[in-house]
Design a protein around this ligand. Structure first.
Ligand SMILES: *[C@@H]1O[C@H](CO)[C@@H](O)[C@H](O)[C@H]1NC(C)=O
Ligand SMILES: *[C@@H]1O[C@H](CO)[C@@H](O)[C@H](O)[C@H]1NC(C)=O
Ligand SMILES: *[C@@H]1O[C@H](CO)[C@@H](O)[C@H](O)[C@H]1NC(C)=O
Length: 392
């Protein structure tokens, strides 16, 4: 969302009691693919009370979900039976029963984490398909202690913290809400207002839940704990102030501001950088009173030691060219490659030098989409022919 004076941010679940006609300023992409809608809804100049703003938030969330694909729409609609979730360890089961109202957002968090992982790694040899779209994420994700495992843990635990934080701010649970610690006088020309997202609470939930299995004294547990925490820390790093103007149209006499999480994509990009610069570690064994304990130490002294924000791993990744269940590699045979790219998604690299096949494919696509007031999109169907290249 762009910073256009009055546009409002989604931050609460509110009841709309009147119909407001917001000003539509978005545009439609006509690439024939999916007709993504980009919507900005402006507060009409004179309706500036908090109430109206909030109803607009509500409108925007509702309208927005048409386009973004029901990211949060399933929250709270299905009762959760903790006993029926596969693979929970006792601590997680207890947690689930105590905090059952936030379990839908825990599940949602895992899902957005994995979707983001698949987005970040699309077109690469390892494309995050080894990870199942379920709570099993907290079990053995990938057997080996590779960079990929590090990323999956970080993004999933970030996803949980993110989704729980967001749903608390939206008012969907009674045990959590907005972060009320920001009182005091913030600065010249603005005051605290709206709902600061309580990332501490979301992180606590993620820590309790995602780290519940990671209490063994071995190296892998230490690695998972570290990377889970790095994922959560990334959100705290990327929190930012969002502000809204009040006053006569455009005058911004009074500004109210609140802390907000970034878009999850921003977190994905950030953690992908951390994946690229992840630190290789070695395992050290110590004898302690409770027995042998494994810890991790940087493999190379001449690199900067990893901080809590960095990802760590201690086993090298396979090249993911051939299928191998042990390493979580599916191989790249039959993967679609990009014949004009010299990057990792190009046929040379993605197919590991084995060459590629080409076929043509006709696809029905939505096209000539038109946005109708208010608020739906109608498209025609067109047939397009594509060359599809797949790895041998
Ligand atoms: C990811 O890789 C798997 C296994 O090679 C493949 O089946 C799947 O289609 C790929 N997904 C995408 C989005 O490319
Ligand atoms: C993923 O989950 C499905 C069921 O949801 C299961 O049949 C499949 O074996 C799982 N795959 C992996 C790699 O764990
Ligand atoms: C293929 O690669 C080229 C060059 O990097 C890029 O411009 C193009 O968008 C890619 N095509 C697809 C379908 O990703």
């Amino acid at each position: 969302m762009r910073g256009l004076g009055h546009h409002v941010q989604a931050s609460g679940a509110f009841q709309a009691s009147a119909v407001i006609q917001p000003t539509y300023l978005g545009h439609l992409s006509q690439d024939g693919q999916s007709c993504p809608l980009e919507m900005l809804i402006l507060l009409p100049g004179l309706q500036e009370t908090e109430n109206l703003a909030r109803m607009l938030h509500f409108e925007m969330v509702r309208v927005g979900s048409l386009a973004i694909g029901h990211q949060y729409s399933s929250l709270g609609t299905q009762p959760i039976l903790c006993g029926s979730i596969p693979g929970l360890v006792p601590k997680q089961l207890r947690f689930c029963r105590n905090y059952v109202e936030i379990m839908p957002s825990v599940a949602e968090g895992v899902k957005i984490g994995i979707q983001e992982c698949q987005h970040q790694f699309r077109g690469r040899r390892w494309n995050c398909t080894t990870v199942n779209d379920s709570l099993a994420i907290f079990g053995p994700v990938l057997d080996k202690a590779t960079r990929e495992s590090a990323f999956v843990h970080a993004i999933a635990s970030a996803g949980v913290a993110f989704a729980v934080t967001r749903s608390c701010a939206e008012g969907s649970a009674t045990i959590c809400g907005c972060d009320t610690r920001h009182k005091g006088s913030p600065g010249e020309g603005w005051k605290w207002g709206g709902c600061s997202e309580d990332v501490e609470f979301g992180s606590m939930v993620s820590r309790e839940f995602a780290d519940a299995r990671e209490n063994r004294p071995d190296a892998r547990s230490a690695m998972n704990r570290h990377n889970n925490e790095a994922g959560r820390t990334s959100i705290i790093e990327l929190m930012h102030l969002k502000c809204k103007c009040h006053g006569l149209s455009g005058s911004c006499e009074v500004k109210t501001c609140w802390w907000s999480q970034p878009d999850f994509r921003v977190i994905g990009d950030y953690l992908k950088d951390k994946y690229d610069s992840a630190s290789e570690m070695v395992v050290e064994k110590h004898r302690e009173s409770r027995g042998w304990v494994e810890t991790l130490r940087p493999k190379y002294n001449f690199f900067k030691a990893p901080t809590e924000k960095d990802l760590v791993y201690y086993e090298n990744s396979p090249n993911f060219c051939e299928p191998n269940p042990e390493t979580g590699s599916f191989g790249t045979r039959d993967r679609i490659c990009n014949v004009t790219s010299h990057g990792i998604d190009g046929c040379d690299l993605l197919c590991c030098g084995r060459g590629h096949n080409t076929r043509t494919e006709k696809r029905k696509e939505k096209c000539h989409c038109i946005f109708h007031w208010c608020c739906y999109v109608r498209c025609q169907e067109c047939i397009r022919v594509y060359d599809v290249h797949t790895c041998k």
